[in-house]
Ligand binder design. Structure first.
Ligand code: PA5
Length: 449
């Protein structure tokens, strides 16, 4: 079984023949990825990454993960953006919703930091860690990202203070560039175990490198199955798979057609499983950073249903008709919970008695789909047979491949992110970072006006 795609309820918003007209564009975009002739072609390492990962490499990642699992009650994963969201997306999708409260000792608690500069967040984290045997995975490709570096300095000092330098060395792992950056320098000097982020894999495409694989393995999930799922999807979406069967190509085509022809400027990724919240966050970065360029690009948004049907539902049903929706649907839940019969039926819910909770959820999903389509919202449905490592691997690669194709159809370099530098330049100027003297002077003059 594979994940599947249903675009029929989106295609009906396009003129007849539109999708077929996208086939040559998709073929050209796929070929340019495959031949390495597209813009940003020095960042195409993700394209054949799943099929090139060896069992030996996965064993090496697993061995390091096992060390952290044995020696730590808590593992802090420090990273931001592409060095953060993929790991969190998979761990939250597969983990118990109440992992924080359970503390079953089988698995270390995984927590995330280095993804913000909230003083309260960091103070509360360091306070929480005071009584814990904790380890750190420091993830940064550049090795110089402020949020992550600042957090790592705090955590490194605390870990060394609590466990001693020698023991700390065994529970701090760096995932970074092979040669460059402060994270590499610190790891080499202190003798940390390190994993390299390949030069040709950009942050938002790096979840299947140790950036994602190591934290996911530490959390106790099967990275072999994750990679297998991705490798199978790599085959299923290869450039020689016909357009009619290639789900990444079809998804890319339909979203670009909705954008260009039907004025649909916003795509909402929606789920009916709260565990998929961070999949949406990962997807938002993947598509936002890849396509939001040259004053173009579909705005990627995320909603958790049915939760957000009680907040954003009104807008989606009835607001400006500039949106389309992509729903990730999980066919079969991992657990079973039947709704009980109640003699008194005070809540009037006996019509649900004996049904699985998921049956109610599925009717909510179908009802929402019909209502939104009636309200003028094109609906794309990505269906996963189950929520497990294998299908998540498929899902990740499906979206990555579609993103590469879609960005190329849009005509942008899908693999850079020049726009994220603007805030950093101002922040460094405002903080008087050495090397930013001219910018500091200019920004102070501007603020004084
Ligand atoms: O996709 C990207 O390239 C970014 O989101 C980066 O992953 C993010 O800025 C973190 O960068 P780094 O891994 O260099 O710390």
């Amino acid at each position: 079984k594979n994940i599947s795609l249903d675009i029929t309820k989106a295609e009906q918003f396009l003129n007849p023949g539109t999708l077929a007209a996208y086939e040559p564009k998709v073929v050209a975009a796929s070929a340019s990825l495959e031949n390495g002739t597209c813009p940003g072609n020095d960042f195409l390492g993700w394209l054949h990454l799943p099929s090139s990962i060896t069992p030996e490499f996965l064993d090496e990642v697993q061995t390091t993960a096992n060390t952290l699992r044995e020696k730590c009650e808590v593992v802090v994963v420090a990273g931001i953006g592409g060095s953060y969201l993929g790991a969190r997306a998979v761990i939250e999708a597969l983990g118990n919703s109440f992992a924080w409260l359970i503390q079953d000792k089988k698995n270390p608690i995984i927590t995330f930091a280095g993804n913000n500069i909230g003083e309260d967040y960091l103070a509360e984290l360091t306070e929480y860690l005071k009584t814990k045997k904790f380890g750190v995975i420091n993830i940064s490709k550049s090795g110089t990202t402020t949020e992550t570096a600042l957090t790592f300095r705090l955590l490194k000092k605390q870990c060394e203070a609590q466990r001693g330098k020698a023991e700390a060395k065994d529970v701090i792992v760096a995932v970074t560039d092979a040669h460059k950056g402060a994270a590499r320098a610190a790891a080499d000097k202190e003798g940390y175990k390190t994993f390299v982020i390949p030069d040709n894999v950009g942050g938002r495409f790096s979840v299947l490198t140790p950036v994602g694989l190591l934290p996911i393995a530490v959390a106790g999930f099967d990275i072999k199955q994750l990679v297998k799922g991705a490798a199978d999807m790599e085959k299923a979406t290869a450039s020689d798979v016909p357009f009619s069967e290639n789900i990444s190509a079809r998804y890319a085509a339909v979203r670009q057609a909705l954008y260009a022809q039907a004025g649909k400027k916003i795509e909402i990724i929606a789920n009916f499983q709260p565990k998929l919240h961070y999949i949406a966050e990962w997807w938002k970065q993947l598509y936002g950073e890849s396509e939001g360029k040259d004053h173009k690009g579909i705005f990627p948004a995320g909603c958790d249903f049915t939760t957000d049907l009680h907040s954003m539902g009104q807008w989606i049903q009835d607001g400006e008709r500039s949106i389309f929706e992509t729903v990730i649907s999980v066919e079969k839940p991992n657990r079973e919970l039947d709704f009980p019969y109640d003699e008194e039926n005070l809540d009037g819910l006996n019509f649900l008695a004996g049904k699985r909770v998921d049956e109610v959820n599925k009717m909510a999903e179908l009802g929402t789909r019909l209502a939104h389509v009636d309200g003028g919202v094109p609906n794309i449905r990505v269906s996963m047979p189950e929520l497990n490592e294998y299908y998540l691997g498929q899902l990740i690669y499906f979206f990555e491949k579609a993103c590469g194709i879609s960005g190329n159809i849009e005509g942008v370099n899908a693999f850079n992110q020049p726009g994220v530098e603007a805030y950093k330049k101002n922040m460094f100027a405002l903080l008087n970072k050495p090397g930013y003297e001219a910018e500091s002077k200019a920004i102070q003059e501007r603020l004084a006006k």
